[in-house]
Design a protein around this ligand. Structure first.
Ligand code: ACM
Length: 762
């Protein structure tokens, strides 16, 4: 959280250090002190120069011949208006005025993928080796204009800049919801402003096929249309498709020509479009239209293609032929995720392939299919990319892996010499809530605030030094189950895309969250100017506590999405006011307390009061016996989780919530027989991903661990039909009980996951 911004102070000191006489002669003091540039992602080198450049109606554009195509993008700069680009070859001398795009000469030490942007009072010179770098320089110029109050005048500066990663991606799922081409163009425009260079277009999935394939008209006649526009309703009520043009049909598709047009629109902005055609799973829409390609041979049974049917490969290759004729990208994404392999187990054709090719099992069968597709793509000069499940059963020899189920798949692939794109769910799935879900439009679940995105570093420490080059870059994914409109896509994407952009472009050592936040404030202006429905920083506070078991001390951290807020707090249960202590550093607590806090502007409270009960209780550090173990997928902090003095936050993935399949059943050994007064245990409910509160919690106490006495049970009163994020604390009065062992059970009524974070005992 930002209290005072070190960079702001540095700038002020720097300005003061330069001869005041010169500065005051050239500039009014106020102009200079305030005139900084706020570029995202942060450039590698940026040095202020004296003076300003002013764009006028007469500003001319000059370019080396190689960059004339790229220079055309200057038309999208809000203050640059020119009729024609003047070729530099026709001119003997470097122009003294105007905007000049020059190809770096061979002796220039500028990196191949870098640009140099020199803004002088009379001219702007952009130097690069490659058109892609010129486009990035133009993006910088456009950003500077949009982030200033009067963008027609920009401060002189010298910038030298290049990306940390070559692949800087953003995915959009147009299957779960269909979005019109003008929105995709807007999405691509903004991507290019932030120097992202890859648009991964998730074109096919069970919720609708979205690309015209001339050879298979049923894909767009039927598989592109479903019986209800609302994805969740449709998903829960039969998942049927409808003929295009019938009253119930809802959906859409892109014609091949529209897709081609989008590819060239993106290319002009330095963005490659990678199409994704899902296989072998997430294909129920295809199999509804072409049921002969499924193991059961009937619609609405399988999501997976039948691998044993040769017609499957004929179909996929024919589709890919048309896809490759539309998309010139080196990569073709073939999905590969989340196959349910059960139909293959009982399908005689699939089993015959396993036998004939001496495959180990159904994983081997999946690998066989992916390898065949890879051979096909390679024969056409393309490269296969797939989600990390393509590792199962053995990776295709040249495949690139997109690591989404955490970083594990990516680490494994990189260490075995395969190229990888990192897109781990916990950091880069922008369908998760970005703030407290309460009061937010429904999302898929989880909690991914801006700062967490920003903090992600794509090169995991487990990747061998000589294999780090295989991490080509990063990507964030916009899965749109809960984004029915383009407005909602924007709301979920921004400002998180800006954090992605900086993580992908700016070298790790140059990243700074405080400095990013400072620059971000100006980018809200940019996003407003471009009509982007971004998520505005919340006035809610997040209060989190960690606990040091040895020191028996809790440390409470309060964070805000607001910029430099005045946060006041109390620890005595009273309501915070503007005269309560000002929060400036984490608070240490050595006894149970309730922290209450709010933001103030002068005397006025902004936003709601946040509070956190910090329990420094008797069970901390005690032994927990698991009569039914935690789920291996959600161990949290293992044995210490429930007695570590620490509560979880808003998502079960945060390392404090422990997950259970089956009933919850633990016994706490308090070391000694003692007088007890109260027990509290909290559970979470998030029905989207199948997380439920137990129907009932029971507590029993014992002196010897053998004979237990049950205290009155406590029933859940939170409805299982409530789709919002809910928490329920079960409280037990233990007054008068003397015991050493406490057994707590929770009934898993819904056969889903149950998550709890702490057992508090007094
Ligand atoms: C995925 O999220 N199923 C790739």
């Amino acid at each position: 959280m930002v209290r005072t911004n070190p960079n702001l102070m540095k700038r002020a000191k720097w300005a003061a250090g330069i001869s005041a006489a010169i500065l005051f002669y050239l500039f009014p003091a106020a102009t200079f002190a305030q005139d900084s540039l706020f570029i995202i992602p942060k450039p590698l080198i940026q040095q202020a120069r004296l003076g300003h450049f002013t764009f006028t109606a007469q500003t001319q554009v000059f370019s080396s011949n190689e960059f004339i195509g790229a220079a055309d993008l200057l038309h999208e700069h809000p203050y640059i208006h020119f009729k024609k680009i003047i070729s530099l070859t026709a001119i003997k001398q470097m122009p003294k005025q105007g905007i000049i795009l020059v190809r770096a000469n061979q002796k220039d030490t500028l990196a191949q993928n870098a640009y140099r942007l020199l803004v002088e009072p009379k001219r702007i010179i952009i130097t690069a080796h490659q058109p892609a770098a010129i486009l990035n320089a133009i993006a910088t110029l456009r950003q500077i204009a949009y982030t200033r109050k009067n963008g027609d005048q920009i401060p002189a500066v010298w910038i030298e800049d290049r990306p940390a990663f070559g692949y800087r991606g953003l995915m959009l799922d147009v299957s779960r919801n269909f979005f019109p081409i003008p929105f995709l163009k807007k999405y691509i425009d903004i991507m290019s402003l932030y120097k992202l260079n890859t648009f991964h277009w998730h074109l096919t999935d069970g919720a609708g096929w979205r690309l015209e394939i001339k050879k298979y008209p049923e894909l767009t006649q039927k598989a592109a249309w479903r019986t209800n526009a609302n994805w969740k309703y449709w998903w829960n009520s039969g998942r049927k498709y409808a003929e295009m043009g019938t009253p119930e049909a809802s959906g859409g598709f892109y014609t091949a020509d529209q897709a081609r047009d989008l590819v060239s629109y993106a290319a002009k902005r330095g963005i490659t479009v990678i199409p994704e055609i899902e296989m072998p799973a997430h294909s129920e829409e295809v199999l509804a239209a072409y049921p002969n390609l499924s193991c059961y041979g009937v619609p609405y049974k399988n999501s997976e293609f039948c691998i044993g049917n040769e017609e499957t490969f004929t179909f996929l290759q024919n589709v890919l032929d048309e896809v490759m004729s539309i998309f010139p990208s080196k990569y073709i994404h073939i999905g590969g995720d989340e196959a349910d392999k059960s139909a293959w187990k009982t399908c005689s054709k699939c089993q015959k392939i396993i036998k004939d090719f001496n495959l180990k099992d159904e994983n081997g069968l999946q690998s066989y299919a992916i390898k065949r597709i890879e051979t096909y793509l390679t024969s056409k000069g393309r490269k296969l990319i797939g989600w990390d499940e393509i590792l199962e059963g053995g990776l295709a020899p040249e495949a690139t892996v997109m690591s989404w189920r955490g970083e594990k798949g990516g680490i494994e692939a990189a260490n075995s010499g395969h190229d990888v794109i990192m897109t781990p769910g916990a950091y880069l799935y922008f369908d998760a809530y970005q703030t407290n879900p309460i009061g937010q439009p429904e999302a898929i679940g989880g909690y991914l605030p801006l700062q967490k995105v920003y903090a992600y570093h794509p090169i995991a420490t487990q990747i061998d030094a000589d294999k780090q080059k295989h991490i080509l870059g990063v990507q964030a994914n916009m899965w749109t189950e809960y984004m029915p409109t383009s407005n909602q896509v924007e709301y979920m994407a921004f400002p998180r895309v800006l954090a992605l952009a900086e993580m992908a472009w700016t070298a790790e050592k140059n990243k700074s969250w405080n400095d990013f936040q400072l620059r971000l404030q100006k980018h809200y202006l940019l996003l407003q100017r471009l009509n982007v429905n971004y998520y505005p920083p919340s006035t809610a506070l997040s209060v989190l506590s960690t606990f040091d078991i040895d020191k028996k001390t809790a440390t409470v951290t309060i964070t805000s999405e607001q910029f430099e807020p005045s946060i006041h707090y109390t620890v005595d249960g009273s309501a915070p006011t503007a005269t309560s202590p000002l929060y400036h550093a984490p608070i240490s607590l050595s006894a149970t307390a309730i922290v209450k806090t709010a933001i103030f502007k002068g005397d006025i409270q902004i936003g709601k009061t946040a509070e956190l009960q910090v329990d420094i209780h008797k069970a901390i550090g005690k032994k927990v016996i698991y009569n039914n173990s935690w789920s291996t997928n959600y161990p949290a902090q293992k044995e210490i989780t429930l007695v570590n003095g620490q509560t979880g936050d808003l998502t079960y993935g945060d390392g404090q919530w422990q997950g259970f399949l089956g009933d919850f059943d633990v016994t706490i050994d308090m070391d000694t027989i003692q007088l007890l007064s109260q027990l509290k245990i909290r559970f979470m409910q998030s029905t989207g991903p199948g997380v439920y509160i137990p129907a009932q919690v029971t507590v029993a106490v014992s002196e010897d661990g053998k004979v237990f006495k049950t205290v009155p049970k406590s029933d859940n009163d939170v409805p299982y039909t409530d789709p919002t994020l809910r928490f329920k604390t079960f409280v037990f009065d233990l007054k008068g009980n003397i015991a050493r062992f406490i057994k707590i059970t929770g009934k898993n009524e819904k056969n889903g996951f149950m998550f709890t974070d702490e057992v508090v005992v007094y």
